[in-house]
Design a protein around this ligand. Sequence first.
Ligand SMILES: Cc1cc2nc3c(=O)[nH]c(=O)nc-3n(C[C@H](O)[C@H](O)[C@H](O)COP(=O)(O)OP(=O)(O)OC[C@H]3O[C@@H](n4cnc5c(N)ncnc54)[C@H](O)[C@@H]3O)c2cc1C
Length: 531
Amino acid sequence: MSDRERSFWGWGYVDEHPSDDEIRALGNSLEERFDFPELTLEPRPSLEAMSAPPTDLSVPSDLEGVATTDEAARIRHTYGDAYRDKVRALRGDFAAAPDVVARPTDEDDIADLLEWASAEGVAVVPFGGGTSVVGGVEGDVPGEFAGVVSLDMREMDAVLEVDDVSRAARIQAGTMGPQIQDQLRDHGFQLRHYPQSYEFSTLGGWLATHAGGHFATQYTHIDDFVESVRMVAPAGTVETRRVAASGAGPDPNHFVLGSEGALGVITEAWMQVQPRPDHRSRATVHFDDFDAAVAATREIAQARLAPANCRLLDSNESYLFQVDDSGAHLLVLGFESTDHPTESDMERALEICAGHGGDCPRGALYGSPDDDEDSPENRWRRAFIEAPYLWDGFVRLGVIFDTFETATTWDRFPALHEAIYDQVSAAMDRACGTGYLSCRFTHVYPDGPAPYYTFLAPADRGRELEQWREIKATASEVLMDHGATITHHHAVGRVHQEWYARESRDFQDTLRAVKGVFDPAGVMNPGVLVE
Ligand SMILES: Cc1cc2nc3c(=O)[nH]c(=O)nc-3n(C[C@H](O)[C@H](O)[C@H](O)COP(=O)(O)OP(=O)(O)OC[C@H]3O[C@@H](n4cnc5c(N)ncnc54)[C@H](O)[C@@H]3O)c2cc1C
């Protein structure tokens, strides 16, 4: 792992954080661009000024080598990276700090930890990169537990084996995105799963949450690259068979994928890998009319052209991320292939767009994405990568800044989208007096899009979580009312549990039974997935 210091309360490396002057400039621009009231900057919190409640939980002597009760480690493992996590950290609220942080180095350590935790009634919260935005890693567990252990997987960070013939690699679950990239490089392969949190999240976290990567079609979730997985659960270790596909019964991989640490600890997986694509093309299409842009996007998805990028940004989203301020809705298209030129796919996609009134003023570009720094695609890419560093600044400026995402079918999207804009905007007005909402499609399927909404609103300091809750609950209710899912890729965690219980009500008994098999004492990430 890198020696650079990670922020204990916010995103990424401390040395990449914007300066106070830069954040003040961001505040001025928010006041100007969104007509927000005057924004003042709170000081950056310091780790030294923070404290976690005392703990007397001790681990057995044979586990002492992998466990610590060090206060700073406990503080660093209290939260994920969501807006409400940053607010609580800024306010010095570390009441949910785990009692112990464990860093197992192998499966035996994990099995020993789980055996002890099950016997003593200690809750275990698996921790990958800690980038959860849904309260997945916090030690705020319901019920009576003797304590909470945050089980940090980042010591298990190796690519163990590569099969060049089948193009697959066996990778440990605690390996972070860049480490996977580095270790596969010598073999000439990449995993090619790039969530926005890629730099600081782990394979295990991706698998446990159905993470969504950069491919907008086809390989949308990490699941699409999985051959087999291994999980150490309190009841024992399970491993699925490494095959290209199987018709033998319900897919056992799906007991593990999306299990969010509530069944066991994912320790490794065989993943499909691929060479770096040599053939790429990209283009940005402008639409005056959002419905026409949606129709074009649908036609491209249904033509099964399989673009790697097919991100529709509504005009509010393009304006928010300063990609374009003309009021146009932008469809950012990209194709990639390890094998053949992508010109013909791109040309067909542009033809479809033109048929819906889409204009591509710069034409399609072929070659490396770095060759035109100021293209809208590159502006969007830069904003995408740099944005998380600014989000901490929003919190210090007293601005609520969060996102919610879903998936629906094309026939239901227009009504859903209209209701989101109406009701979430009204909720922001009620809670905060004003607010700004934008939308993009992160992924698209032949039968529907995965819309992703960003909202920001000026908060009253001290009341911001109450205000946030009102907006978030409104959005979640609209999703439920319109038959959409509570999450396409951010996972359930603790934040979405209430709505997930409704969405999955016909399966909660099955889930409970499955949990009972893997985790008879109910110590794995209590409060997540299973009521
Ligand atoms: C700025 C930002 C951008 C993001 N962009 C994306 C995105 O593009 N796509 C996307 O899908 N998500 C995104 N996320 C959300 C988050 O990064 C993903 O959910 C990611 O998969 C979490 O990985 P992690 O290693 O950080 O896991 P953690 O946050 O540590 O854990 C997530 C959940 O998985 C469980 N878990 C972790 N490791 C294991 C394991 N080995 N075994 C069992 N359970 C485990 C945890 O208990 C928890 O419930 C983003 C978050 C942020 C802050």
